[in-house]
Write a protein that binds this ligand. Sequence first.
Ligand SMILES: C[S@@+](CC[C@H](N)C(=O)[O-])C[C@H]1O[C@@H](n2cnc3c(N)ncnc32)[C@H](O)[C@@H]1O
Length: 227
Amino acid sequence: MEALRRAANVTKDIIDEVITKKLDVKSLSSASNRTICLADFGCAVGPNTFTSLQSLDIVKKKYLSQFPNEPMPEFQVFFNDQPSNDFNTLFRSLPPDREYFAAGVPGSFHGRVFPKSSLHVVQSNYALHWLSKIPESLVDKNSPAWNKGKIHYAGASDEVLKAYGERWAEDLNNFLNARAEEIVPGGMVIVIMPSIPDGMPYSELANGLLYSSFESTLLDMSKRVCQ
Ligand SMILES: C[S@@+](CC[C@H](N)C(=O)[O-])C[C@H]1O[C@@H](n2cnc3c(N)ncnc32)[C@H](O)[C@@H]1O
């Protein structure tokens, strides 16, 4: 979680630049009865979701710099995650001095969770790489992508990589199609997610090493159970 917080600080400048250059806060606000709606997709239980709501502060800063004598619009922030997320913990840790109205919205971000044209700024931090489900071919003994004895794609065959890649491409497509319906014209979608340098072997990634060690532990455990 500390790593995610540090990463959020790194991305702040980029988000600041994009919102400052591209978001027309004034027209969004006047077209929506002076309420700006933001949504954080894959919020978890906090506290990162609050510090990572950088877009809200930047939108406010932009509005103030452009219209110093006008009253600030009101802000509504929706926190989305799967229904199994612990929203009670999230609500209990909402900052008491927050300057926005908060609501939780359960449901998979791979489908629609908001009405049409109802969001102005969408942010998703470190969540979009979560797949909607295991690619079926990985668990099919007759498939060339059967990932026997593994729980990840680090060190796996090209067929396994392809199966994971195809699942993610379809998930991303579903996410973008749903947000395209939910966001107002002129709104903005900000996605922050992990990536790797071109050509880096998956087996050398920090996550690859981590999952390989889980993998050998799970295999040991399953061997003991089967003995
Ligand atoms: C690594 S956490 C990131 C949490 C937070 N955004 C942050 O920056 O610390 C990923 C979150 O995405 C959520 N998530 C994964 N798939 C999801 C989906 N299809 N719909 C909604 N939330 C999802 C998970 O439940 C988890 O809470």
